[in-house]
Design a protein around this ligand. Structure first.
Ligand code: SF4
Length: 350
């Protein structure tokens, strides 16, 4: 039984594997270079294969070994990373490369990889399977979906993750575990897709509980939707002679390090608070914005002030001309706020 699912999948993989620059040809028996697999998996954490591939090639031609990456300047690495987003990944990659270079070798186990900065359970398992040939279960989004359907697991994700891991574990073959992991990823990406999975063309349909029952799209089971809590905030549009005061948010936390309008903290109850006395015009615009864990209702209060001042509290102000706000790099929430305020207040307040 343990071999049958693996055999069907590996047979399919031999003829249908996606060609990816960091991969060995299926069935070649060659293990991929840990550095290349690691780099690919980190890039793929938030990025599609098509976007990541040219970055991966540029990185490897500039820093062909982990030692060369370890010796790189962080600024150069971040520059090469520009466009991939989530820059903490690049910083962690560099930190981990320095630890590996210092140790003089790559970790030789899944827990060893897991201990490096920026490497979560999935990435460690994928590297262990693909580069080290360890029989691990590497659960990315594609593999979670395929497994939830294969075993018709009724619990929603992420609570079902451990169940999926346990159901899949006995099927991981001792021979070609890396190809098995990649075959599951490819099956999820090309056949067992989120919508309209191609069950009739699937190599494991006979072994698939949901596919053979014709109810593939009922899995993974969706968690019951919970209403997101609401938070309220007031942003201050402070204007002087066609310039608006911006601040920079603290480096850590939501919208970390980004320029925004100054304003109150975001709280459970609506409230009104202004940083100084002025003829404030209340609620010239209101934005409702969904964050992952809450919904923000941000109202924008406006005051025109007679002079520029340098700070609100200990926050330095950056006075930005109205016609340069679009280039200020505001996050979407505040870009929408700017748009609405400009639409709503074509005339100055005084
Ligand atoms: Fe996915 Fe259908 Fe294949 Fe099952 S039979 S693994 S649901 S594509």
């Amino acid at each position: 039984m343990a071999g049958s699912l693996a055999d069907q999948l590996l047979h399919w993989y031999d003829g249908h594997a996606r060609t990816l620059p960091w991969r060995q040809p299926p069935g070649s028996g060659q293990r991929s270079d840990p550095y290349g697999v690691w780099l690919a998996e980190v890039m793929l954490q938030q990025t599609t294969v098509a976007t990541a591939a040219p970055y991966w090639q540029r990185f490897l031609s500039r820093w062909p070994t982990v030692q060369s990456l370890a010796a790189a300047d962080e600024a150069d690495v971040l520059r090469e990373w520009a466009g991939l987003g989530y820059y903490a990944r690049a910083r962690n990659l560099l930190m981990a490369a320095r630890l590996v270079a210092e140790a003089g070798r790559f970790p030789d186990s899944e827990p060893g990889w897991r201990a490096l900065p920026g490497i979560g359970p999935y990435t460690a398992a994928a590297i262990a399977a693909i580069a080290l040939g360890k029989p691990t279960v590497a659960l990315d989004g594609n593999v979670e979906r395929v497994s939830a359907r294969l075993f018709a697991v009724d619990a929603p994700l992420p609570a079902a993750r451990e169940t999926l891991r346990e159901r899949l574990r006995p099927h991981v073959p001792a021979r070609r575990p890396g190809d098995f992991a990649q075959a599951l990823m490819d099956l999820g990406a090309t056949v067992c897709t989120p919508r309209a999975p191609r069950c009739p063309a699937c190599p494991v349909r006979a072994a698939c509980a949901a596919g053979s029952a014709g109810i593939a799209e009922a899995y993974p089971v969706k968690p019951a939707r919970r209403a997101r809590p609401v938070r309220h905030g007031v942003a201050w549009w402070i204007e002087h002679q066609s310039c608006v005061a911006l601040v920079r948010r603290p480096a850590k936390g939501l919208l970390g390090g980004m320029p925004t309008l100054p304003g109150t903290d975001w709280q459970a109850e609506p409230g009104c608070h202004h940083p100084f006395e002025a003829d404030w015009v209340r609620e010239v615009a209101t934005i409702v914005h969904g964050f992952t864990h809450f919904e923000l209702r941000l109202s924008i209060d406006r005051a025109d002030v007679p002079a520029r001042f340098s700070h609100i509290g200990d926050q330095p102000l950056d006075w930005t001309p109205l016609d340069r706000l679009a280039e200020a790099g505001l996050p979407t929430l505040y870009a929408r706020a700017v748009e609405q305020v400009i639409d709503a207040t074509l005339e100055p307040v005084r």
